[in-house]
Design a protein around this ligand. Structure first.
Ligand SMILES: *Cc1c(COP(=O)(O)O)cnc(C)c1O
Length: 390
């Protein structure tokens, strides 16, 4: 036996720790398997796959859970925003005030309608700067639409949003793709705008096993018009009153959402809040900056963002990778800086300096309902052990 193999067997390498992934759909499947198979069985046995009982039932259940009057299932979060904007009268050349820090879909919805996105800068958490939005809406009467985003699941200040709507008459579609379950002073996000949009992309807080989205609104007319638009603009069979879309939520996703995900959403949201509280306590005094929600704000914690000085982000990401922790960046590039925006007009009247800084300094730590306390503690230890390079 050679010395080196003797050395290797007598001093075993420490057991490599298991990865802590950003999302854990395998663990989730163990929990939801029986309910998911029952949902598939229900749809299969019904012999009805598009726009039936499941979608109707889910729309009602979602509206009840959310505390808003009406929901209309559509094919994606992107479509939910686009259809909502169109319902509110947004047309080619119209200006839509929005935020540079979001999923690209937030802006894409306006661009697809031929509208011109106008970007505010962000606040220190990466959310739309509502003070700038107020200034722009007061000085620029040509901006008639607003798509605010409750990013990371942190509600914008809904009182200020309400005041903007009241004082300027701006028509609002709230992007709630990350904020289902989030409240501000007890009110749910999505309750200020005439319409709100959400997404059931699998990683979202209420995820399907594929794509899906919904429009939420208090207006019976807007809900009926959205139902027609998602289905080729039909108001009745073979009666096409509008140029519509094929943007239907299918029965299978609706059944999975109503039998599997929605009944767990309250517990899932509570678990996300526990994890966030553990991170916030555990990371106190560490080298990263954490999100400090305003009093009265109860985030849904779709993501758990932290920030570091821009030049040190790569070092933190490498350190977390070494510890096998699945960190992410939301988002590494602002929307106006995306190459696709070169093809289409947009405006950044106040600059987007803060958003660019955050795009270079943000890191998302794993947060999902199937994360254990031990795993959260491992992430905390790893972050605490990190020192920014000097
Ligand atoms: C996911 C997301 C969307 C788009 O939803 P899709 O269902 O993927 O089209 C829009 N806005 C935000 C903030 C999102 O996170």
């Amino acid at each position: 036996m050679s010395t080196s193999s003797f050395a290797a067997s007598s001093t075993p390498k420490p057991q490599a720790s298991e990865p802590v992934p950003a999302n854990d759909f395998k663990r989730q499947w163990e929990d939801v398997r029986a309910d998911s198979l029952a949902a598939v069985e229900a749809v299969g046995a019904s012999g009805w796959y598009i726009l039936g009982e499941q979608v109707r039932g889910f729309e009602q259940a979602l509206a009840n859970w959310w505390g808003l009057p009406r929901a209309v299932g559509v094919a994606s979060g992107l479509d939910a925003i686009e259809i909502s904007l169109r319902e509110l009268g947004c047309r080619e050349g119209d200006k839509v005030l929005t935020t540079p820090m979001s999923a690209f879909a937030t802006t894409l919805a306006s661009v697809k309608l031929g509208a011109v996105p106008v970007f505010t800068d962000t606040d220190q958490h990466g959310l739309m700067n509502l003070a700038q939005a107020a200034e722009l809406l007061a000085s620029r009467r040509d901006i008639r639409f607003l798509v605010p985003v409750h990013l990371y699941g942190l509600s914008l200040n809904l009182d200020r949003l309400e005041e903007l709507k009241r004082s300027t008459g701006v028509r609002i579609v709230e992007d709630c793709a990350q904020s289902i379950g989030a409240t501000h002073e007890g009110r749910p996000t999505g309750s200020v705008g005439e319409m709100a949009a959400t997404s059931f992309y699998p990683t979202k807080n209420l995820g399907a096993m594929g794509d899906g989205g919904a429009i939420l609104t208090a207006s019976a007319e807007l809900a009926a018009a959205s139902s027609a638009l998602r289905d080729y603009g039909q108001s009745a069979k073979y009666q096409h009153d509008r140029i519509g879309y094929n943007s239907r939520l299918d029965e299978l996703q609706a059944a999975l959402l109503s039998r599997v995900a929605l009944p767990r959403l309250t517990d899932w949201t509570a678990r996300r809040r526990e994890i966030a509280a553990r991170y916030t306590r555990g990371l106190e005094g560490s080298a990263v900056r954490v999100m400090r929600p305003a009093p009265g704000s109860a985030p849904s914690w779709h993501l758990y963002p932290v920030w570091v000085a821009p030049p040190s982000r790569d070092s933190l990401l490498a350190h977390l990778k070494e510890a096998r922790i699945g960190a992410g960046i939301h988002y590494p590039v602002t929307i106006p800086d995306q190459p696709a925006l070169r093809e289409t007009p947009y405006q950044t009247p106040q600059g987007i300096g803060r958003a660019r800084e955050l795009a270079a300094s943000q890191v998302s730590l794993p947060i999902h309902p199937y994360l254990t306390h031990a795993e959260v503690d491992r992430v905390i230890e790893a972050v605490r052990a990190w020192r920014p390079p000097r």
